[in-house]
Design a binder for this molecule. Structure first.
Ligand SMILES: NC(=O)c1ccc[n+]([C@@H]2O[C@H](COP(=O)([O-])OP(=O)(O)OC[C@H]3O[C@@H](n4cnc5c(N)ncnc54)[C@H](O)[C@@H]3O)[C@@H](O)[C@H]2O)c1
Ligand SMILES: [Zn+2]
Length: 382
């Protein structure tokens, strides 16, 4: 056989900064994150409309920051896009970004800076990575979920064929800036939703983090900012370590950080995204934790402990669209869709203990049904 083998590796590195008031002209975080010779480079900003409404001064603030810091390449046209899942359901906002890239000559050494929740960041990241085969993108996540999970990772996406994240790219950001100030304007649902991702990563990787969340649950409910900042930081570090240490571009069939997610993705779709991602993840965690107990992997008392924490934080653990009557119930189709999205063999994360995940390759429909029934009984008592 005659062949020439090609082999190379590409190394990535990026920083996640933590700050408050990123657009205060004296705050150097953004300027530092953009790096060397930034004066000459174009900067195209994309802002989540929910953020623009809650922070009406933000567009003027970006202009003032750029003038004060000699960011002369600022594209004057700041693109405000719809917030939330709807922005991922069509190509409309991607197209607006591409139009601006074309009109203003935003090249590969320029930056697209996206400010918003996970949905806007997923969409803007996707647009950034397909234009000119990849323009640097810098993310400013503005929700708990995007600061502790989605915004710091390497994935960008859009929904297509009614399927979550059907289109997408693996492309790390140039940098991430988490500004705690944004969190103050979140509604209670979005404040709470991101906590589910912290519980998820704690349950599969870090027992002490789980116990800590239990201890501070009342402070989280009272919206104490320092406690939330600590939760975000610890969660972000666990996610970042996992991404770097494992399989960042998901070449294998397993996706350990997606504990509780096979049903969550399906539930979001079944409810037309009325259930938020984090809320769906909380229900998915409850289901897979109870499954782990009924399958004899963890003590029932530990499963109850997890579910009690979710309830204490105000999460629902069941939803009418999750009802599992038999192996043909709509939610169960989520298992197959989850497998298809990754390719390869069905791989589902369950729990072996609080703080330790275990991967399995088959899910028993009867145990699943019993697990869901048990959650329904708990909901009735709560
Ligand atoms: N790329 C990944 O690895 C990854 C991982 C997890 C989740 N996600 C995706 O992230 C998305 C969910 O993101 P999310 O939970 O951040 O919610 P979101 O992006 O849907 O935003 C929720 C709502 O909050 C508003 N908002 C955002 N910031 C605000 C602020 N500071 N003040 C007031 N309102 C604000 C938005 O306009 C929107 O209406 C889903 O599409 C999910 O699939 C991606
Ligand atoms: Zn998630």
């Amino acid at each position: 056989m005659d062949f020439v083998e090609q082999h190379f590796t590409v190394s990535y590195q990026y920083k996640t900064f933590f700050t408050v008031n990123v657009f205060d002209p004296s705050n150097k975080t953004l300027k530092t994150a953009l790096g060397e010779s930034i004066q000459e480079k174009k900067l195209l900003f994309v802002v989540d409309n929910g953020v623009a409404q809650a922070h009406p001064q933000i567009v003027a603030g970006i202009h003032d920051y750029a003038s004060a810091n000699q960011l002369n390449g600022l594209v004057p046209d700041i693109i405000v896009v719809p917030g939330g899942e709807q922005v991922k359901n069509s190509m409309e906002s991607v197209d607006r970004i591409l139009q601006a890239v074309n009109r203003y000559g935003v090249d590969r050494h320029s930056f697209i800076v996206a400010i918003g929740g996970g949905a806007v960041l997923d969409m803007a990241g996707y647009a950034s990575t397909i234009a000119h085969r990849g323009i640097r993108h810098l993310r400013l996540p503005t929700t708990v979920l995007s600061q502790n999970d989605s915004g710091i990772g390497v994935k960008n996406s859009l929904n297509y064929f009614d399927k979550k994240n059907f289109l997408g790219t693996f492309s790390p950001p140039f940098a991430v800036i988490n500004d705690a100030r944004f969190l103050e304007t979140l509604d209670d649902r979005n404040w709470r939703a991101g906590i589910a991702e912290a519980i998820k990563v704690a349950l599969i990787k870090d027992r002490d983090f789980f116990y800590w969340i239990e201890r501070v649950a009342s402070s989280l409910n009272a919206r104490e900012p320092e406690v939330m900042n600590e939760l975000i930081r610890r969660c972000a570090v666990l996610h970042l370590k996992h991404i770097a240490g494992g399989d960042p571009f998901e070449m294998g069939s397993s996706r350990p950080l997606d504990f509780g997610h096979w049903s969550a993705h399906k539930l979001e779709q079944l409810t037309n995204f009325e259930v938020l991602h984090g809320e769906a993840v909380a229900m998915g965690i409850a289901l897979d934790t109870m499954y782990s107990a009924l399958d004899g992997r963890i003590d029932r008392s530990d499963a109850d402990r997890v579910i009690n924490l979710l309830i204490k934080l105000g999460f629902a653990i069941t939803h009418p669209s999750m009802a599992i009557e038999n192996a043909d119930s709509p939610l169960v189709a989520g298992l197959q869709e989850f497998r298809e999205h990754l390719g390869g063999r069905l791989t589902i994360m369950l729990l072996d203990a609080i703080g330790r995940g275990v991967e399995v390759h088959a899910i028993d429909a009867t145990i699943l049904q019993n697990a869901y029934r048990t959650l329904e009984q708990k909901t009735a008592l709560a």
